[in-house]
Design a binder for this molecule. Sequence first.
Ligand code: Z16
Length: 835
Amino acid sequence: TTGPALEPANPLAKAPVGRPPRTVDGFAREFLRELNFGEGVALSRSSQNDQYLALARTIRHYLMADWLETARRRREHPTKMVGYLSAEYLLGRQMGNALLATDLGAIADQALRSLGLDLRTLRAQEVEPGLGNGGLGRLAACFVDSLATMDVPCIGYGIRYEYGIFRQTFEGGRQVEVPDSWLSLGGPWEFPHPDRAVTVGFGGSTETFVEETADGSGHQITRSRWVPAWNVLGVPYHYMVPGYQNGVVNTLRLWSARATQAFDLQIFNSGDYATAVRAQTFAENISKVLYPEDSTPQGRELRLQQQYFFVACSLKDFIDRTLEKDFDLHRLPERIIFQLNDTHPVIAIPEMMRLLMDEHGMEWDEAWSVTQRCFAYTCHTLLPEALEVWPVELVGRLLPRHLEIIYRINEEFLETVRETFPGDELRVRRMSIIQDHPERAVRMANLATVAGVKVNGVAELHSQLLRDKVLPDFSELWPDKFTNVTNGVTPRRFIRLANPTLSQLITDTIGVGWETKLERLESLEPYAEDEEFRERFAAAKQANKTRLRELLAVRDGIELPEHGMVDVMVKRLHEYKRQTLKLLHIVSLYEQIISGKVAKDAIVPRTFVFGAKAAPGYHMAKEIIYLINSVAATVNADERVKGVLTVAFPANYNVTLANKLIPAADLSEQISLAGKEASGTGNMKFALNGALTIGTDDGANVEIRKLVGDDNFFLFGMDEPQVAALQAKGYVPSAVYESNPQLRSAIDLIASGHFTGGDRGLAATVVDDLLYNDRFMTLADFQSYIDVQGEVDEAYRDQERWTRSAILNVARSGFFSSDRSMKDYLRRIWMPTHD
Ligand code: Z16
């Protein structure tokens, strides 16, 4: 039950208590109250962590009335909501964003100062919630930020991993993973609600029974029901998702797994205490740790458990708790659209069918009609190995009822295919939700495509390739189901918070309010010709470089030179992203200088910055990390290139580091093989912060280039049709190596052991792969990349020209606000009949 049991006499009971005062004194008082009564310590005895926790709770107070009010408003005027289903949310630090959303930065700063404390120091205490791997998780975080800012009703559903993405350290240049115990010093941004836990079943079997139909006709139907073998509790943890200074606070609901009462009873009854306790740990393992694979999921049983766990909790939560009592579930699509963030939550589709039929008495056709209108699917990849398939054996063992439902969905679907394409059994096999080879397995992307209202890709090119290459049979059958929504990033976090100096310059120039209307950046365009503006713009960039130098000196003990181009490649380590191409460029420059082929002063001084985590089981990626570190150590120690080439690879690239790194960049490296990067979102953040891009014709690079113009973008490499043609003709990387002396010198230097302490073996894995496999055609694009890097140097020598281009990148990238992405989702997918 909710609410007071008796009729309250006190009028205060009618509404949430008021807001704390927005004054320096009021804030200081609120902070001390939290420190004393919340943390239970006096200011004089408090640790920095006590102070951080008290400060977080203080800021929370200022959002609380808005949160309760937003929830009340949504309850009283229920409209269609977005249920964003995502296994990952890469939120980044919360404090800065909460201060920005409430506009309390200046007040908090002064209040703390008055107490002898420093806001920046306390902010640095926060361990970011790294509940995601990379692009997909960060995108989810940007989307919920935009929806709150646009006052769109949304619940973000996900998993409260106890350990997020691992912390990366380097030992002898090799990646070593350390568990990310982000909660160990307290989680001041979350609100646990153990009393609102829901129960989720696993395993067991199904049984059939006969029942009379509800229409009183006396007809009998056979139904099935699931008898799970074991249950797990899902405890919701709520996080505030504040809109930007608009009084709206949405909710992120993350589920944490607990053992049920039944487990506790077993402890008493079994006598085998240790086994029973182990069973409890077993249940709680479900939300223990984020799987650290980006783009190439490992088909582990626990991962399927995680997926089912969080979607089952979420659907139940929405139907039983969020919808008003006795809402007619036939009208469910009027009230919710669940957006499936990749295939990870796709098991929600049979779960919805099961709920509607087995728990709410609907018959198949009704349930299917409702389900088909409640889901939409976003695909984020083009790599075949990234499309999840779950072995039939595993699904049947863990979720037997769901497997039955999937089979029936497939049967009816394949009947449609056979009607539309009679006699085309090859097509039937390609489109089947169940694959036969190499093992019988459920193709989650096919299931999502069959069930969803819409299927979208994440950039124009990606959506086109999705239609033409990944799901061509489906787009032939249902052309209107396919659409595109190009990704975006939140300008609140990635411009305002990350780049205060540029933000101030923008506000001084075009006025306030651009943070929520990012297309207004276009009015900066004429200022590209304004010398004074260019000077301030360049000064802002320089200040951000200085800030980065200072940070890396303290954080990583890395010494960066004061001047020169800052050339940045930050993203997960993956062969298709081609960090090795960047490495070949660096090695080639180095080789040309030390061999005397090129004079040291003939090239523009550059600092190359890498940031990349490798999935712990991805051997090649880890070898590449080792090689980057080896090259960095050798190059940085070589007097012959001092001041000209510097390589920095700070460990543990994350959202917090991104916020300092991206604003300092001159050049953004987006060099994936064309047709492999679905979108990229880092590319957008760099352009918005005034970096120029060197990039292939891939993902959202295509749209960036179209908007900023060819003069302000460095394009190189094959396009996707050329890649396909080379693939078809037969690609021989060693032939490229043989025929290109510059490439040969670079690779030979690596292979000689020059960077690996004379040990040729230590570089062999990477070198051999480049020469004899090179799946992502690094060598084929080498010469083009080197040539265009030459043009980059030339452009950078003319600083006025460079700054003009950088300004135009900012002015023309407003399209990449995630607010725009959300408008596109609303119009194309969530509320298509709205206007
Ligand atoms: C992921 O981060 C992405 C795709 C995927 O299948 C799985 C994960 Cl964990 C990335 C894409 O690689 C990237 O191109 C895209 O920008 C991002 O998702 C957001 O759409």
